[in-house]
Design a protein around this ligand. Sequence first.
Ligand SMILES: [Fe+2]
Ligand SMILES: [Fe+2]
Length: 247
Amino acid sequence: MAMTSLERAEAAEHAMSQELDRIVVKSVIYTSGERDPRQPLPPQQSQGKLYMMGHDPRLPRMPEKPTLFDFYKLRFGPSAHVLQSARLAQKNGVSEKIVLACLLHDISVMGLIRGDHGYWGAQLVEPYVDEEVSWAIRHHQVLRFFADESYGYKYPDSYIRLFGADYQPEPHIQEAYRRAREHKWYETCRLITVNDLYAFDPNVRVELEEFTDVVGRHFKQPKEGLGFDQSPSAHMWRTMNHPTKYL
Ligand SMILES: [Fe+2]
Ligand SMILES: [Fe+2]
């Protein structure tokens, strides 16, 4: 009997984990919902195998001292959206800091966690960028839900398709919006949303290298490499580098 696609995927995953000489246990957050996190993990057939504690051979190897661009190239999902947003921002003549914010604004969706991605993304970059940049990244996710005609920003049609016409942001998001509205960096953040290209053109290619100078001037790359510099967010970069590490 032919295998269903789920069976095929499971068989492939099983074959893959057999090939690995280390046992991989997925973090609860990867599987919560698909399985009930309160249930004990299925028993592992360890047979003397060791647990994953470093580089996962299924992933491309990162350099010892990874840079921001190494993460874009080796760990993040497709970056066309942020690259095109950054280019649009540049074309609209905004400051370099805002171009950088546009380039970075969705890195949590691309490489870490989707829900509350503005907050996660801001935390990732906070030790390395101007406070205004991380503030704007933190709040862009919130501002996306609220129109501002004076900047030509309307509520995204895509959100109606994605979340339904009657979707209302939760009270804590509404409160975050009210506070952001009064903030001195409101405009910086609003400009991320204005340049946040949702329906980007799949035929336009923007290279990461176009932003080498902007990143060089405004992103303080640690000499030890992202993840190994003892900054408050270094552990988050290490987690993206080694996402299957047991401890
Ligand atoms: Fe976003
Ligand atoms: Fe975006």
